[in-house]
Design a protein around this ligand. Structure first.
Ligand code: NZQ
Ligand code: ZN
Length: 379
């Protein structure tokens, strides 16, 4: 096992009826003026907005609202948020939503201290400081609620890129799994498949860390079990709660300790949703990941066999991949580029887009041509 440092500073408050403590949490940390960031309005329909506003008012916290964060959030809206923070002398940000809202909050938090936010995504500016971010998670999948990463799309240049910095870990996150009962089924599935994909990004090049590999297998099996249960009963609280906790653990540094991870499937997916922002991240991964596994199988055969046996109870990788696609399909997820309505002629453009940030993959670094071949397998 290689040496590693595990340090996750996010305070996690988990369980039913926990949202009402948000005002106290922010107030305890000494902040009185905040940006309240949210998306397209789901929080107004399921009551979360009312609970949050009451808690903020009860604790005398002044807030400025910035709504309309879109799934696959965009640079222009984040820049508006930075301006709001500056103009109103705001001290912290509260993100209420999924990965898109939390990622935009982190981007605003970093951009507050930069001359040009996008420079950080281009690796031209270092993120040394950020406004403190608090989050209330409403859909589990990305892990953004307990990690230091953010993904944003520069809609002018069609680049969907990421940042990461220690100061971007949320100060505190609240997860009340019950509020995820208002999710449309396909969004629950997108989140679950995203979480499985995060685990897999570490799994295949992680042969020396037995703890991580065994935990990874248990987490994937748990996510599959919970999604199966939620497909029958979306109001199954234990299944919602276990899915939520597993998704947070999938990308909070636990399974990734002592390996850098692969991230090629993610980079290819970001190429897809950069060009097709209407495609959800989890849906793109459902299509790309089985093809990536199939394409790279020779890179570390024993680990791929272990995946087949311990996750899918299969005797061969081909059998496991068939089971994986069949499971995703049974949840209603797309399993081919055709399912996503992407024409074959677009494959080259997606591969080119995915390669613009430099080398893709570690176990098996991929050229643009090889990414195109993976996308052809996924067609
Ligand atoms: O905008 P609202 O109205 O809130 O609706 C959202 C949105 O339409 C809806 N929703 C969320 N919670 C709900 C709900 N609807 C009903 N009831 C609820 N309780 O769900 C839709 C999707 O939300 P979104 O935040 O876009 O989903 P997700 O959490 O999957 O985030 C996706 C973004 O995160 C990035 C992805 O690339 C994508 O941009 N990622 C972030 C990562 C990170 N920061 O570590 C890692 C990931 O790999 C990923 O790249
Ligand atoms: Zn992801």
């Amino acid at each position: 096992m290689q040496n590693f440092v595990f340090h996750n500073p996010t305070k996690l408050i988990f369980g039913e009826n926990t949202i009402e403590v948000i005002g106290k949490e922010i107030s305890k940390s000494g902040y009185k003026r905040i940006l309240l960031l949210y998306g397209g309005g789901s929080i107004k329909k399921n009551g979360v907005y009312d609970t949050v506003v009451k808690s903020l008012k009860d604790n005398n916290i002044v807030f400025v609202e910035h709504s309309g964060v879109v799934p696959n959030p965009v640079l222009s809206h984040a820049n508006e948020g930075i301006e709001l923070c500056k103009r109103n002398n705001l001290e912290a940000i509260l993100a209420v939503g999924g990965g898109s809202v939390i990622d935009e909050a982190k981007s605003i938090a970093a951009g507050f201290y930069l001359n040009n936010l996008w420079d950080a995504f281009e690796r031209k500016a270092e993120i040394k400081d950020a406004l403190p971010v608090f989050t209330i998670l409403t859909i589990s999948g990305t892990g953004s609620e307990m990690n230091p990463f953010a993904v944003l799309t520069n809609e002018y240049e069609k680049k969907k890129w990421n940042i990461g910095a220690a100061c971007l870990y949320p100060k505190a996150t609240i997860i009340d799994p019950r509020i995820q009962m208002s999710l449309p089924w396909h969004q629950t599935v997108n989140g679950g498949i995203d979480a499985i994909s995060h685990i897999l990004e570490y799994y295949f090049n992680s042969t020396v860390q037995e703890v991580s590999v065994s935990v990874s297998e248990a987490l994937i099996r748990t996510i599959i079990l919970c999604l199966d249960k939620l497909q029958v009963n979306p109001n199954d609280y234990p299944a919602r709660a276990n899915l939520a906790w597993a998704a947070t653990l999938a990308l909070n540094g636990l399974v990734g300790s002592s390996t850098i991870g692969e991230w090629a499937a993610h980079r290819i997916e970001h190429g897809i949703s950069a060009l097709y922002p209407e495609i959800a991240h989890g849906a793109g991964l459902a299509v790309v990941f089985p093809a990536w596994i199939s394409y790279t199988r020779q890179a570390n055969p024993s680990q791929y066999e272990r995946f087949a046996k311990n996750v899918w109870n299969s005797n061969s990788l081909d059998e496991a991949l068939a089971a994986m696609k069949s499971k995703y399909s049974s949840w209603g997820a797309p399993i081919s580029l055709r399912d996503l309505n992407i024409p074959k002629e677009k494959i080259g453009e997606i591969a080119h887009n995915a390669s613009r940030l430099g080398v893709v993959g570690n176990l098996l670094p991929l050229t643009e041509r090889e990414m195109a071949e993976i996308l052809e397998l996924a067609y």
